[in-house]
Design a binder for this molecule. Structure first.
Ligand code: GDP
Ligand code: IMO
Ligand code: MG
Length: 409
């Protein structure tokens, strides 16, 4: 079976935790998009792992982890990350592979990325990891793929500076390079988990363009960036938080008001520890936006949702979520493409009673307080998508599963 995990908001939904959880039943984990702009956190016991390029499945000792062709890879960052994993007693040798069709991030792209963003009238607030330039070179057909390092035709076409840089890394990377299409065919009967990066609203096509990243973080990206056809994907899981966050600039219709809702914003940011894993920037926070979530469910064919960070609302008397946008007195329920419109709309909210209970010890969905179940049921009905997984803390154990995505219905 093939199961896909993607972000259903603006990234940082808790994909790393979910991938680690679902990896138990997978033999292979394939990351299919983005690069070192991502930051995926996994907490097991007393150890916290922060991964940027390496698929989250690497934490489990017997799994194979693959960096798919939809990714853009900074080889030096990858080896830094692997060195950190070694220092955390993770043995990765022999079980991490890179698609020969994945594009590389060259050192100069990083400066170009920061300079380009600074020059914009309205900067995006990129992570400065050279992501946009790597994807731009790919689209211009001047990019360098991981397999190109060993291909005399490709090497002949490279600038001397790039040749010299790659020559230094060549032997280190050689054992990891595979033909992912052939690999996926060979392992087609196995359980494979596809790990998304970023989120639907940061996807280059269906996100809040131009305030997006440059890769395909939508579910279709799992097929393209993981070297399989779309019919091979059996179950798509969309991860979302009980509220919304965004790092960097761009429209955020349900964002808490910086003045009148400052206390709420501070509470959510501190309780949810909402600071970026890659850049350390404080994340912007807001209500759960059901207009955007329903858009994500439809555009990704999400089969089931995984709700995370429900515990962050444990102490609240009441909880609001956004059910529509007010646009000049009209209630909108379709997610608009216009940035001007997204900037101007106001969230229309619905209020729920808080559960005022510590959820972290609850192991079964049935044992959740009725107020929490009401919040969940409303989201399911609105999005017409089941919430099969509820996370009430960052630890693996703080997870409730209602239906196993690996079991075919
Ligand atoms: P990703 O990019 O989607 O993998 O998410 P990040 O790792 O960037 O950010 C999610 C953060 O929330 C991490 O610090 C996780 O350890 C943490 N986290 C994940 N699930 C939960 C949850 O249910 N409750 C709380 N409080 N924290 C969570
Ligand atoms: P994970 O996988 C949250 C944001 C950046 C910026 C925009 C473009 O951890 O969920 P880029 O450097 O990609 O060109 O920046 O996208 N961004 C993310 N925000 N989580 C991420 O990844 C992100 N990856 C990129 O903050 O606004
Ligand atoms: Mg993250």
């Amino acid at each position: 079976m093939k199961v896909v995990v993607i972000g259903a908001q603006w990234g940082d939904e808790g994909k790393g935790k979910m991938v680690d959880f679902f990896a138990e039943n997978a033999e292979i984990i394939v990351r299919f998009s983005g690069g070192a702009n991502a930051g995926h956190t996994i907490v097991t016991g007393d150890t916290t792992y922060k991964l940027h390029l390496v698929p989250s499945g690497i934490i489990s000792p017997d799994k194979t982890a693959v960096l798919g062709n939809g990714m853009v890879i900074d080889i030096e960052s990858l080896f830094d990350e692997l060195a950190t994993l070694t220092s955390q007693n993770i043995k990765w040798e022999g079980r991490i592979f890179i698609s020969d069709r994945a594009h590389l991030v060259l050192p100069r792209y990083k400066q170009m990325d920061s300079d380009h963003d600074k020059k914009r009238k309205h900067p995006i607030g990129t992570t400065g990891r050279g992501i946009g330039f790597a994807y731009a070179e790919k689209a211009l057909r001047t990019g360098i793929r991981a397999g190109d390092i060993f291909d005399s035709f490709a090497v002949e076409n490279m600038e001397d500076e790039d040749k010299a840089y790659l020559e230094k890394l060549k032997e280190k990377i050689r054992p990891m390079i595979i033909d992912l299409a052939a690999f996926m065919y060979k392992h087609r009967e196995k359980n494979i988990l596809f790990e998304g990066a970023q989120g639907t609203l940061l996807d280059i096509d269906i996100g809040t363009y131009p305030y997006v990243s440059s890769g395909m973080s939508c579910s279709a990206g799992a097929a393209v960036g993981g070297s399989v056809g779309p019919r091979h994907l059996d179950h798509i899981i969309g991860v979302f938080k009980a509220y919304s966050t965004r790092v960097g600039n761009g429209p955020f219709p349900s964002e808490f008001d910086r003045v009148s809702e400052k206390d709420l914003e501070d509470f959510v940011r501190e309780t949810g520890r909402e600071y970026g894993v890659t850049t350390g920037r404080p994340r912007r926070c807001g209500y759960l936006d059901l207009v955007a979530l329903k858009y994500a469910c439809f555009t990704n064919s999400i089969d089931s949702l995984a709700l995370t960070h429900l515990d962050v609302y444990d102490k609240m008397d009441e909880i609001k979520l956004c059910t529509a946008y007010d646009h000049n007195g009209k209630a909108l329920q379709d997610f608009p493409s216009s940035i001007d419109m997204l900037n101007k709309v106001k969230p229309l909210t619905r209020t729920f009673k808080g559960w005022k209970k510590d959820l972290s010890e609850i192991k079964h969905y049935e044992d959740l307080p009725k107020e929490a179940k009401e919040y969940i049921k409303f989201i399911e009905e609105y999005t017409e998508t089941p919430i099969n997984m509820v996370s009430v803390g960052y630890r693996r154990s703080e997870t409730m599963i209602r239906r196993d995505p690996w079991k075919k219905s």
